[in-house]
Ligand binder design. Structure first.
Ligand SMILES: Nc1ncnc2c1ncn2[C@@H]1O[C@H](COP(=O)(O)OP(=O)(O)OP(=O)(O)O)[C@@H](O)[C@H]1O
Ligand SMILES: [Mg+2]
Length: 285
């Protein structure tokens, strides 16, 4: 069971220049297999900097990143094996597609891992399945696809490497609700099938409430607090002070409680709230 930990990680852009900007200050957190960890924070709070630490794309100025207890930056030659184990999907990954067919694009990672052709072909199909891409898409040029399809191809390219830790920076940004559900649902299936640790950065609190097992809140380069979604969203005032919203369901639950309806604190999705209210109404009949 994979475990990845950040220990007192600090990172400053442009150190020693007048433009020096501390993007991470003493950040410690731990991400575990089989869980979806959500990362939220106001724009500029350090989320994208943080995710680049997970696979060694950036290395801390001080502090350590431990993959199964081993400092990934201690031996730079070992970083390529770390990058097979920790898959990173950057923001708007669709701009990085380059191959002549979707199949080749998704196969790029597994090919670099030196896997046999039949294994590569099987992984491409499995990864396409997780992201909801049909067989008929594989022979197309990625440049003939819609924006949402391109995003799926880019994510499938990372899934095909079967990372034990999958880190995604805003994977559903800019997609319509159906596209969001399909992509995020695919990530849940990937986690359920492989037992991977999944880390998702998102600005969308409804998505975080629905999909994350745990949420870490970043505030101005530091971790502010973390917990289960219901615990995090119960700290509504602190979130709002940090420019963050709470899901609609939490806001509605607050209003209902003000009017005497005892909505349990752990409810933070619209589905749970609707189920609770319909149970309550049926009891009152
Ligand atoms: N390449 C860079 N050079 C200098 N400063 C940078 C660089 N990249 C990010 N920063 C600064 O570091 C801080 C953290 O940036 P980061 O991109 O990690 O934030 P973020 O939480 O991902 O923001 P967003 O929600 O807008 O994506 C910001 O103040 C940003 O301006
Ligand atoms: Mg960012």
């Amino acid at each position: 069971m994979v475990k990845i930990q950040l220990e007192n990680v600090c990172y400053t852009y442009g150190p020693g220049t007048p433009f020096a900007k501390a993007a991470l200050k003493n950040v410690s957190l731990s991400v575990e297999a089989g869980r979806i960890t959500g990362i939220i924070g106001h724009t500029g709070s350090g989320k994208s900097t943080l995710v680049r630490m997970f696979n060694g794309l950036l290395s801390p100025d001080s502090g350590r990143v431990l993959l199964d207890g081993v400092d990934i930056n201690a031996d730079k030659k070992a970083l390529s094996s770390v990058r097979c184990r920790v898959g990173l999907v950057m923001q708007y990954p669709e701009y990085q597609l380059f191959d002549e067919t979707v199949e080749k694009d998704i196969a790029f990672g597994p090919r670099n891992m030196g896997l046999p052709p039949e294994e590569i072909a099987a992984r491409v199909r499995e990864a396409a399945g997780f992201t909801g891409l049909g067989e008929e898409i594989l022979s197309k040029s990625p440049f003939d696809l819609s924006g949402g399809q391109k995003r799926r191809v880019a994510i499938a390219g990372i899934l095909a490497m079967k990372p034990e830790v999958l880190v995604l920076d805003e994977p559903a940004a800019g997609l319509d609700p159906k596209g969001r559900r399909e992509i995020l649902g695919g990530l849940v299936r990937y986690r359920d099938t492989t037992g991977a640790a999944v880390v998702i950065v998102s600005h969308n609190m409804e998505d975080m409430a629905s999909y994350a097992d745990r949420i870490v809140v970043l505030r101005k380069a530091e971790t502010a607090f973390e917990g289960a979604p219901a615990e995090v969203f119960a700290r509504r005032r602190e979130l709002e002070e940090n420019g963050l919203d709470v899901p609609d369901a939490v806001r509605i639950a607050d209003k209902l409680r003000e009017r005497g309806v005892p909505v349990p604190e752990e409810i933070c999705t619209v589905e749970e709230e609707a189920a609770y209210l319909s149970r309550l109404l049926s009891l009152q009949k």
